[in-house]
Write a protein that binds this ligand. Structure first.
Ligand code: MN
Length: 336
């Protein structure tokens, strides 16, 4: 189903007599959250100059995409917008649950809201909620925008443009096009014809330093295996990560690295973010085990191949064992 953003947006702004738009993404924004938020911001800025646009991302934006956002000539999304009690429309991108939203207060105080997402676990919040499961929210953004208006937005501005940001989001959430579908590649070719420089965008994928690589090696060395070696995981408590100065951003990519190993089907990490609060990341190919389904009984979720969980427990081994039991159960169900 195609969602016509322009008609919904125009109607909302007019019927509520609004002139301001706030755009939000998810906590700890990644390339896709930043790409989705910023592309919509630039698109509106060019095509609806009568409206004030305020994208908001947190300072915690990933290092790679941040390099691009810092070069933005129009917006500074690291500043919290001051609404001064004025009514406005909010657009939320790439965010599944209210709990995960960055700048939730802007959503709560908005007159109307539009939600654009690609997570299977989306709660269905918002006045208009368009969630279609796909690899990248930015690809959904590409499909919902008017093609001529998008081209106009890309050609009217200096880089980074709306097209650059869509490309950024797709590149990051597809693992550098590794999980791109035909529709994704066709979108990318079209975006390139609007002036996107593929090589420039791909530079945002590489932001490692020798220090981060050393830390990563350290984390990976502590991985353990389960289920005949097909599952690999890292558990890191607060004592250990404080001692080794490992922050969540250092461990975040490890579940993907483990999953991508030829001999591993499921990779996950469990990181003690606050005392007894475990932030967990799960990655699979989505077929061997659906990690969204896997985490649902524990209150987590996301996509079939990438999902997260925040869980409070003083016994992480027991939590891990219960999750592994459920992996066995889902596997057994599949083999029947
Ligand atoms: Mn995403």
């Amino acid at each position: 189903m195609k969602f016509n953003f322009d008609s919904v947006f125009k109607e909302m702004m007019k019927s509520h007599d609004l002139d301001t738009v706030v755009i939000l993404g998810h906590l700890n924004p990644d390339g896709d959250a930043a790409g989705s938020v910023m592309s919509v911001a630039h698109y509106i800025h060019v095509n609806y100059p009568q409206y004030k646009v305020l994208p908001y991302l947190a300072e915690t934006l990933e290092r790679g995409p941040k390099k691009m956002v810092l070069r933005d000539k129009i917006f500074n999304p690291f500043q919290k917008p001051d609404m001064g009690g004025k009514p406005y429309c909010v657009i939320v991108c790439d965010n599944a649950t209210l709990e995960r939203m960055i700048g939730l207060e802007y959503y709560q105080n908005a007159t109307v809201s539009i939600v654009v997402d690609h997570h299977a676990s989306n709660e269905g919040y918002g006045d208009v909620n368009w969630t279609e499961v796909s690899e990248a929210c930015a690809e959904n953004v590409y499909h919902m925008l008017d093609p001529q208006c998008l081209r106009k937005a890309a050609e009217a501005e200096e880089h980074p443009t709306a097209a650059d940001y869509i490309y950024l989001g797709i590149a990051h959430d597809t693992g550098g096009m590794a999980r791109a579908k035909k529709s994704t590649l066709l979108a990318l070719v079209d975006l390139m014809s609007m002036g996107v420089d593929h090589g420039e965008i791909m530079k945002t994928m590489h932001s490692d330093t020798l220090d981060t690589l050393n830390k990563r090696a350290d984390i990976i060395r502590s991985a353990r295996r389960a289920m005949e070696g097909k599952v690999a995981y890292v558990i890191m408590d607060a004592r250990e990560h404080t001692e080794k100065k490992i922050i969540y951003e250092d461990i975040h990519c490890v579940s993907t690295i483990l999953r991508d190993c030829d001999d591993i089907e499921l990779g996950f990490t469990m990181y003690e973010e606050d005392k007894n609060v475990w932030r967990c990341s799960f990655r699979s190919d989505g077929k061997w085990v659906n990690v969204n389904e896997l985490l649902q009984p524990f209150g987590g979720g996301g996509h079939i191949s990438a999902a997260g969980l925040k869980y409070k427990t003083d016994n992480v081994e027991e939590l891990k064992n219960r999750i592994l039991d459920r992996v066995e159960e889902l596997r057994a169900r599949k083999q029947k």
